[in-house]
Each structure stands twice: as C-alpha cells, then as structure tokens.
Design a protein around this ligand. Sequence first.
Ligand code: HMG
Ligand code: MG
Length: 302
Amino acid sequence: MSLPTHVELIEVGARDGLQNESIILPVATRVELIKRLARSGLKKIEAGSFVSPKWVPQMANTDHVLETLNTSGIKQQTGAHFSVLTPNLQGLQGAIQYHADEVAIFGAASEAFTQKNINCSIEQSLTQFESVITTAKQHNLPIRGYVSTVIGCPYQGYIEPQTVARVAKTLYDMGCYEISLGDTIGVGTPVKFKHMLDAVLKYIPAEKLAIHCHNTYGQALVNIYTSLEYGINKIDSAVAGLGGCPYAKGASGNVATEDVLYMLQGMDIVTGVDLKAVIDTGNWICETLGRENQSKVGVALS
Ligand code: HMG
Ligand code: MG
C-alpha cells in the first residue's frame, strides 16, 4: 500500500483541547490561540462548540469567538476556515447566525457513551442529526460527522467494527462530506484499527474518512500510520496534545499536532504547516493554562 503524498490536518485544540481543561479561558485568549494556529498554516480549525454551557462551560461564548475571528481579518490573511460542533438545531442556529464556515455533528458507536455525551440513544441521535443536516444544507454549510468510541467505550468496553461501520455509513449517507473516526479514549492498537477500518471502508471511501486519535495509551501515532497505509489522509490533532472529552472518563489528550507534523515531515508527506510555529503556539498555550506540554516533539525541540 502506498502512503499519501499530502495530508490535511484538522486542528481541534481550541475545541477538543479546551473543552476538558479545568481553567475556562476568556474569549480573547481562545481567539488568540486560533489566530496563532491559523498563522502556522493550519487551514481547518475547530473554533468551539454550540453545546449547552451547563454541560460544557469551557465552550460557552463560542458565538463571541466566531464573531471576533470573523471581523479580525484572520481568514483573509491565512485562508483558514472555522468549524464548530452542533449537536442539535439549537446549536446549528448559533453556527448559522455567527457565520461558522462548517459544522460538525457528533455521534458514537456506543449506546452508553451517546447517552452520557448527548443525553439520547444512538437512534435518537441519528434522527436529530438528520434535521441538523437538512437545515445546514439549506444554508450551504458543509457538515462533518464524528463517530466516537470506534474502538472502545469507557462505559461499555469493546465496540464491534460492524457497529462503527453502521453509524459511519448512516452519517455519510445522510450527507456528511467527511466522517471522522474517533478513538475517544485512545485504547486502539494497529490490529484493532485495521479491523475497524476494514469494516468502515466497505461503505465509505478512504478519501472521505478522517481519524481522530486520543493518545491515552501512547498509541495514536502508530494508529495514524496504520490509517495512512489505508490511504486515509485527513488527521485530527491538537496543539500540545491538549484535549479529552468531559463525558468520556479517562480520556486524555489528542495526539499532538507537533508530533503528527514531525512524523509526516519524516516521511516527506506535505501538510503546508510550519512545525516551528505550532511548537511556539503549543508552548504559549501551555504556559497560559499552567500545564505541561504533552507534545514530545514540542518539548524536544524547545
Ligand atoms: P439535553 O439536556 O438533553 O438538552 O442536552 P435539552 O434539549 O433537554 O435542553 C436542555 C437545556 O440545554 C436547555 O436550556 C436548552 O436550551 C439547552 P435550559 O432551558 O435548561 O436553560 N441547550 C443548548 N444550549 C446551547 N446550545 C445547544 C443547546 N441544546 C440544548 N446546542 C445536549 C443535550 C446535546 C445539549 C447536551 O447533552 C450537550 O450539550 N452535550 C454536549 C456534550 C459535548 O460537547 N461533548 C464533547 C464533544 S464530543 C467529543 O469530544 C468527542 C469528539 O472529540 C470525537 C472523539 O474524541 O471521539 C468529537
Ligand atoms: Mg475528541
């Protein structure tokens, strides 16, 4: 199998990264983080979530984050484009009103996690997403679909690849332009990833898939490499390895953008992103949050 020559990184640090931090950052700091990420050459950046502020207080004021970004000229300067999570029509209304460039719905392959995360069953979530997708399309908003817990669930354990494939196919058939497969608690290993990808690739082509690896067990890079071998060339990552899901017990940070970039550079795979600029941003946000940098590359090269 030949590896892709280009990879697109989807930077989730300002959303997945910050949603799990104990410190709630002010809008100005969230905007500054996103601007720095955009200036480093990252073109697809998650800017926040239109979710209940009671459920995820860290993502409150995503409307102000978008408003500030949209009037700052950063999109024109960098060509970056900002997406937000929208679990339901209420969230989508916010995304439309504040001119998000893209929205993402987030389902899961585990019943228990879906209940904990968005307070409904998988079937109910899919029905709800259908109306989000229909309305988003009427507004010409591209919709990305997440499937979480593609390998394991903190409440339910092992997840069957067939279940992942079924949820992913449903979201794809409904009109998501891309499906991001989330190893939410980072329990995957290459063989498990292969089994999961073999099941999903029966229904969705590799060019429509992304992977989203949390690095809880240090397996993210090897699972990403496995996915590259399958022709997948969209990778979600978070600066400084920030992240986690408040409703997935034990989930630690995402794979660090710096670590993914270093690996890809070592394989001559083009991303268009300036590693040094991401490292500087990683150090800055860790200092701001008062936490350790989770990027091995960020630490080694600082
Ligand atoms: P619910 O309580 O069932 O919702 O929550 P509801 O419709 O009954 O409404 C209850 C209250 O929430 C009402 O307010 C609504 O207005 C409000 P109240 O009358 O009590 O004041 N509400 C909202 N507020 C703002 N924005 C909205 C919204 N919807 C309702 N969109 C809900 C259902 C989905 C809202 C809730 O469960 C929720 O917000 N969950 C968010 C969970 C979340 O953000 N998790 C993290 C992201 S997923 C993730 O990290 C995984 C991923 O990274 C991939 C991976 O790693 O695998 C993507
Ligand atoms: Mg995540």
